[in-house]
Write a protein that binds this ligand. Structure first.
Ligand SMILES: [Fe+2]
Ligand SMILES: [Fe+2]
Length: 406
C-alpha cells in the first residue's frame, strides 16, 4: 500500500486511542471523585470530568468526518485495561499521579506529535481539535503538578507517588503506548495489596469540615439571614449530587457515549452549584466549612444501584426542587437581593436540563439494567426510597407536599 494510506490509517488509529482515553478518564475521575479529600481538589476534578468529555466529543466528531462510524471498536477494551488498573490507586494523590503526570502528559506529547506530523492542508480540521485538547490538558497537568506538591507532604507519600508513577508508566507501555501503536506486552502487576476501593460508600471531606449525616434543619422563612445562609449552605452541599452522578459514570458500563457526555455535564453542573453556594456564602462573610457538612445524601444513594440513584435524583429530587427555588427567586427580587436571585435563576436553568436528561436516560438505563417493571413503577419506587431515606429537609418537605396532593 502507498505510504500515505498507511499514514492516514495510523493517524485514525491514534485519534481513536486519544478519544477513548479522554472519555475513559472522565469515567475514572468520576469513580474517584467521592474519594478525593481536599475540597478544592474535588472542585477542580469536577471541571476536568467535563473538559475531558468535551475533548472526547471533538475527537469523535473528527473521527466521524474521517468515516469512522464506531470509534470505540477494538480500542475501548485496550484503554479500559489501563484506566481500570489506574483505579486501583489507594490514595487520591496516587490517582492524580497516574492520571495527570503519566497519562495526560503522554497524551499532550502525542497530540503535539500528531499536529507536527500530519498534513497541514489535507488533515487541517484535525489540528484545531488537537490544539484545543493540548490547551485544556496542559492547564490540567500544570494544576496537578501544583496540587501534588500540597497532597504529598511527607516522605512516605512521596515514595508511594514515585512507585505509582513507575507502575502507571509500565501500564501505558504494556498497551503499546498512549496511542496503542507500539509493541504490546503483559500488564504489570500492581503493588502488593492494592485492591479496588471503588465504589466509595462514603464521600470524603478534608479535616476543615464538620461532617454529619443529616442536612441542616430548615429555618423559618421569616428569619431572612438564617434562610439565606441555609439556602446557600445547601447549594454548597450539592457536591453530593455531583459525587452521586460521578459514581454513575464509573459504575455504569456499556452505555452509549452520549450517556457519559450528558452525565459528565450534569456532574460538573452540580460541582458548579456547590461552588455557587460557596461563593455566595463567602460574599456574606462565611467560609463553607463554617457550616455542618452533610454527607448523608451521598451515603444513602450508594445503597442503591445506579438506575435507582439516577432516577431518584432526576425524577424525584431535582424535579421536586423547583417550587422552593421559584419562590426564593421571587423573594430575593422583592428584597432587592439581585445577587442571590441571579444565582438561583442560573441554577433553575441548569436543573431544567437535568430533569430533561432524566427523562432521556432513565428509560435507557431501565433497559440496560433489565428493569422488569414500568417507568411509573420505578418512579413510585424511587419516591418511596427518597421519602424513607432522605436526610435533606427541603427534599422531605417537597415529597410530603407531593404525597398530600396525590
Ligand atoms: Fe444542582
Ligand atoms: Fe441538578
Amino acid at each position: 500500500m502507498a505510504d500515505f494510506l498507511d499514514n492516514a490509517k495510523l493517524n485514525i488509529e491514534r485519534l481513536k486511542f486519544f478519544q477513548a482515553f479522554e472519555i475513559q478518564l472522565t469515567r475514572l475521575l468520576g469513580g474517584w471523585l467521592p474519594g478525593v479529600e481536599r475540597w478544592e481538589t474535588k472542585h477542580e476534578i469536577g471541571l476536568h470530568i467535563f473538559q475531558n468529555a468535551e475533548n472526547s466529543r471533538d475527537l469523535r466528531t473528527r473521527l466521524w468526518e474521517l468515516r469512522v462510524s464506531n470509534p470505540d471498536k477494538d480500542v475501548e477494551a485496550e484503554v479500559l485495561k489501563t484506566t481500570n488498573a489506574l483505579a486501583l490507586a489507594q490514595h487520591d494523590f496516587e490517582l492524580l499521579t497516574g492520571v495527570y503526570l503519566v497519562v495526560k502528559k503522554q497524551l499532550i506529547e502525542a497530540y503535539q506529535a500528531y499536529v507536527k506530523s500530519t498534513h497541514g492542508v489535507y488533515d487541517y480540521p484535525s489540528i484545531p481539535v488537537l490544539k484545543r485538547c493540548i490547551a485544556t490538558n496542559t492547564e490540567q497537568l500544570e494544576w496537578a503538578k501544583r496540587e501534588l506538591v500540597l497532597l504529598t507532604d511527607s516522605g512516605e507519600k512521596k515514595r508511594k507517588m514515585q512507585c505509582w508513577l513507575r507502575y502507571t508508566e509500565e501500564l501505558v507501555r504494556a498497551i503499546g503506548g498512549i496511542d496503542g501503536q507500539g509493541e504490546k506486552s503483559d500488564l504489570p502487576m500492581p503493588p502488593p495489596a492494592y485492591s479496588l476501593l471503588l465504589p466509595f460508600s462514603e464521600a470524603k471531606r478534608d479535616e476543615r469540615f464538620k461532617v454529619q449525616i443529616m442536612g441542616m434543619p430548615m429555618p423559618e422563612k421569616s428569619e431572612r439571614l438564617e434562610w439565606l445562609l441555609w439556602q446557600f449552605a445547601n447549594y454548597a452541599a450539592e457536591m453530593q449530587a455531583a459525587e452521586t452522578l460521578a459514581t454513575v459514570l464509573w459504575e455504569t458500563e456499556g452505555m452509549p457515549w452520549e450517556f457519559y457526555f450528558d452525565i459528565a455535564r450534569h456532574c460538573w453542573d452540580e460541582v458548579r452549584h456547590s461552588k455557587l453556594g460557596e461563593t455566595r456564602l463567602a460574599e456574606l462573610g462565611y467560609h463553607v466549612s463554617d457550616f455542618p457538612c452533610s454527607v448523608g445524601s451521598y451515603a444513602w444513594r450508594q445503597l442503591f444501584d445506579p438506575l435507582i440513584r439516577y432516577c431518584a435524583l432526576t425524577y424525584i429530587i431535582e424535579a421536586g426542587s423547583f417550587k422552593l427555588k421559584h419562590e426564593s427567586y421571587q423573594d430575593y427580587l422583592v428584597e432587592g437581593d439581585t445577587e442571590s436571585a441571579q444565582a438561583i435563576m442560573f441554577d433553575i436553568v441548569d436543573e431544567t436540563m437535568h430533569v430533561r436528561w432524566g427523562s432521556k436516560w432513565v428509560p435507557e438505563l431501565m433497559k440496560h439494567y433489565d428493569y422488569g417493571q414500568t417507568l411509573e413503577h420505578l418512579i413510585e419506587a424511587c419516591r418511596d426510597i427518597v421519602s424513607s431515606h432522605s436526610v435533606a429537609p427541603a427534599q422531605r418537605k417537597a415529597i410530603e407536599k407531593e404525597l398530600a396532593r396525590a
